[in-house]
Design a binder for this molecule. Structure first.
Ligand code: FES
Length: 124
């Protein structure tokens, strides 16, 4: 039921962990299942130089977060804000319909981390 890309990212997830001196942190929860996701970003010169995630989510949440970190790294803040829930699912060759809600965590968490970064840089 999962595409090969989903299985590959689930078995070998990229960028798992925490960035200790992160510039932005986004925490989101999935109301459907109660799973949680935390995204950490590092920003330099308006670009995402590092993106990491931690999740208590399912296989689909892990695979989509892993893929999202790869898409987001190196992007500018503006470009990263445009990464949508659908972009993440599409780059994994789709997800089973029952699992689409899981993929929302990755894009939502990334956007929350960027909001956090923008709020912090405003107050400095
Ligand atoms: Fe919770 Fe997938 S079932 S994130």
């Amino acid at each position: 039921m999962y595409s090969e890309k989903v299985m590959e990212h689930f078995s070998n997830p990229r960028n798992v962990g925490e960035i200790e001196d992160a510039d932005g942190i986004g925490e989101v929860g999935n109301p459907t299942c109660g799973d949680m996701m935390t995204i950490y970003i590092k920003v330099n010169d308006g670009k995402l130089t590092d993106v990491k995630f931690k999740t208590f989510g399912c296989a689909a949440a892990i695979a989509t977060s892993s893929m999202m970190t790869e898409i987001a790294k190196g992007k500018t803040i503006e470009e990263a804000l445009e990464i949508s829930r659908d972009d993440v699912a599409e780059s994994l060759d789709g997800l089973p319909p029952a699992k689409l809600h899981c993929s929302n965590l990755a894009a939502d968490g990334l956007h929350a981390a960027i909001e956090d970064y923008l709020n912090k840089s405003k107050s400095n």
